[in-house]
Design a protein around this ligand. Sequence first.
Ligand code: UD1
Length: 375
Amino acid sequence: MINITTVVGARPQFIKAAALSRCIRQHFPDQINENIIHTGQHYDPGMSQVFFDELNVPAPNMNLNIGSGPHGKQTALMLEGIEDVLTQNKSDFVVLFGDTNSTLAGALAASKLHIPVVHIEAGLRSFNKTMPEEINRITCDHLSTLLFAPTQTALKNLQTEGFNLKSAPKYTIDNPGIFLSGDIMLDNLVYFDKVPTNILDQLGLAPNRFVLCTIHRDNNTDDPERLSTIFSAFEKIAESSLKVVVPLHPRTAKNLPGQLSQSLHQKIKQNRNILLLDPVPYHQMLALEKNCRMIITDSGGIQKEACFFKKPVIITRPETEWIEIVEHGCGIVSDANKESILKAYQHFLNADLEYPELFGAGKTAEFVLKTLLQI
Ligand code: UD1
């Protein structure tokens, strides 16, 4: 029996953890014991508990209830809490997902206690170190013993940074192993794809008659100019025959009144073709993604889900880590620029696109767990 400790804290990590826990229950219940630490980075029920309930993630063994705060303080409190738990529990591996402050704190705590770090979603790079996520993922990768890259590009990024694709009798932090594993988010898409929801009826939406939009990155939500240009583009799109559906991250909801001019904010709120929603649960989000005409987002995960559901995606960031989507013409990096967003929107209304299979076969969790057991 091996003991793994999984550290989660933010919405996309609950989704990724669901795939791993499900695979342990289904295939390795007698070989792998999992402990889950929830840092409490995301704490609103709609950002956290709903995902545990609907994706059947086991309740965390420990919730550190850290909540939000400045990056340094938030990460420091998590580090202290995770170290305490890891000191008391015997873990053979600490498993981390993605690029959040919870990932960073987990990597620091575990590596200093000499517990091998397993990083799922390793090797992603935006080459933009003004993003907190870029700092987190680079640090986590370089403190990891086993790195699971979701794409060829991610694997190549690791090789460029000196990681070698080789098998070794023993992997250590100084002799780490890198693997091309596919993307664990796809495991869930494949598993939950057919779950029925009535979100379209509830919102009065018809298939293909709306654009799905999400904005949560701090460089968009905390910058009045960028947030205004993005929401002006939404307003322009809402003049067409398509509705604009925007599930709001709590920070975006909080910032809209202060960052947009009063008149733009009023226009957005009163526009009957723009639906500003609370964060939506996972199954409902999948239904919205599957039935929309196209997606506008600054989220990493939603870019991939767009590709899986064969929807074009406009990326409101200066760059993307999922470069393959753009290279295949299924995504356009518009940045926060109204003209570029509208140009991409027009382009995708008429485009005939082919969607490549970029993210594996939906069996990443099994691959990761088998690798851990072998090692
Ligand atoms: C974090 C991750 C990001 C990931 C995102 C998914 C970091 C640096 N960023 O960003 O990589 O894509 O999660 O959502 O770790 N808030 C609430 N309720 C909640 C959660 C957050 O109100 O349940 C508000 C708080 O005001 C908080 C703000 O949202 O200050 C930002 O939350 P935070 O955890 O700092 O990061 P995210 O922007 O969610």
